[in-house]
Design a protein around this ligand. Structure first.
Ligand SMILES: Cc1cc2nc3c(=O)[nH]c(=O)nc-3n(C[C@H](O)[C@H](O)[C@H](O)COP(=O)(O)OP(=O)(O)OC[C@H]3O[C@@H](n4cnc5c(N)ncnc54)[C@H](O)[C@@H]3O)c2cc1C
Length: 391
């Protein structure tokens, strides 16, 4: 087993780290204070993503992307996760479900999304449909050769950075026909109700939208009728890896800050790291990071090795669960070690503390990940998690 990264992988990790330090970190405080990335900074960051060669990070060359392996993507994303305020989201990741579109949809949406000319957001969640998307009420009805969407969507992340929305709706109000639709902005009969404030001050917004007989051309249906969940499955796997990578980057930065502080801060005539209460916290933080990173690279390597889809799905849930919870533990301890300074908004540990909480909620809550893991054990036995190779 070779745990050493090759020079290309190390270079990508460094690229991610340099991008964070030189482009994203200078934007952290202004984003936090403004509530989101100020409008007048957005074009420059978008251009920086291109200039630094980070556009199309999750796409193959055939779609205008960088053609990175999952391990390579993960190494970059882990570094991006060091940025506070969700600024990692400035490095766009076009929705992979677009790969299953028609050639015209690939040309009109996916390829322009690779270079950042276009950007899409995802609208599944509703007031009454969160963990259980079968409760989605947004319906799509075909009339005179055109779809009409009606319903309300919540928490649509990066709506204000996007020019199209992938909407999950039930054709004819039938939960057995979940289907995706590409909705271009602006569109008739769609209202942006509001973009509420959240615990974190994220780079972009999380919008609430109402569709009221919103017309969508027939050729904007993505995939087949009823394929809505199938097309988003790969997206969920990718998103769960991405969350795991970001949360590890965030935890590592907070742990480094706390570790340095534990050496320089003196109370009762000694460095606070000389108190076992502090040293044990640092030890637990390091162990959590070590375990989380080991899992992350393993799952990414399994994907690159072409592991069975259901195994990847099972492992991605376990990974997202562990990493999001471990990073919560690590950053909480970092704030504790920093004392009052850890509670100041100007301290990255404080911002990361707020940022990281959502990782236990979005893209499947911790409880949903546990039920996925439990379900996989029920179906395949413990070996799906306990054995290193497919048996
Ligand atoms: C900042 C933010 C950004 C988001 N971005 C997007 C986005 O871009 N697009 C989008 O479509 N959605 C988005 N979401 C929605 C997100 O995916 C949902 O919030 C999440 O899936 C949980 O749904 P819910 O909030 O309705 O909670 P609920 O599903 O109502 O859950 C409430 C509680 O019940 C628990 N629970 C539910 N079912 C079970 C079960 N079977 N077993 C045990 N416990 C259970 C949950 O774990 C949770 O603790 C975003 C959310 C946030 C907060």
């Amino acid at each position: 087993m070779d745990f050493e990264f090759n020079p290309r992988q190390k270079a990508l990790s460094k690229l991610g780290r340099d991008f964070v330090e030189q482009v994203l970190q200078p934007l952290e405080q202004v984003t936090d204070e403004h509530g989101e990335l100020p409008e007048n900074k957005r074009a420059d960051v978008r251009q920086a993503v291109r200039d630094w060669g980070l556009a199309g990070i999750n796409l193959g060359h055939e779609h205008g992307g960088l053609g990175l392996t999952m391990v390579e993507q993960t190494l970059v994303e882990e570094q991006l996760g060091r940025a506070t305020n969700g600024l990692w989201s400035c490095v766009w990741r076009p929705p992979v479900s677009l790969k299953f579109g028609t050639q015209a949809q690939i040309d009109d949406y996916l390829i322009p999304s690779a270079c950042g000319e276009r950007r899409g957001c995802f609208a599944i969640t509703e007031a009454d449909a969160g963990s259980d998307p079968r409760r989605v009420k947004t319906k799509a009805v075909m009339r005179d050769g055109q779809w009409y969407l009606s319903g309300e969507k919540w928490f649509v992340t990066s709506y204000n950075a996007s020019d199209f929305i992938i909407v999950h709706a039930h054709v004819d109000d039938d939960p057995d026909k979940p289907t995706l639709f590409l909705v271009d902005k602006p569109v008739l009969n769609m209202t942006h109700v509001r973009s509420p404030k959240f615990m974190h001050n994220f780079a972009f917004d999380h919008a609430e939208l109402i569709f009221d007989e919103t017309p969508v051309a027939a050729d904007r249906q993505l995939g087949e009728i009823g394929q809505g969940f199938e097309l988003t499955k790969d997206w969920f796997v990718e998103a769960r890896l991405q969350i795991a990578a970001h949360s590890i980057g965030a935890a590592t930065r907070a742990a480094e800050i706390a570790n340095e502080f534990a050496t320089s801060r003196h109370q009762f005539d000694r460095a606070i790291r000389d108190f076992q209460g502090i040293e044990f916290m640092l030890a637990d933080m390091a162990v959590d990071i070590f375990a989380a990173k080991s899992m992350l690279y393993r799952v990414a390597a399994e994907i690159d090795a072409g592991a069975d889809r259901s195994r990847v799905h099972a492992h991605a849930s376990a990974l997202k669960l562990f990493c999001s919870e471990a990073s919560g533990r690590v950053i909480d301890k970092a704030v504790q070690i920093l004392g009052g300074r850890g509670y100041m908004r100007e301290n990255p540990a404080e911002r990361l503390y707020r940022d990281i909480r959502v990782d236990r909620i979005w893209e499947g809550t911790s409880e949903i990940q546990r039920s996925v893991v439990g379900g996989r054990i029920r179906k395949h036995g413990m070996r799906i998690y306990s054995e290193a190779f497919e048996t």
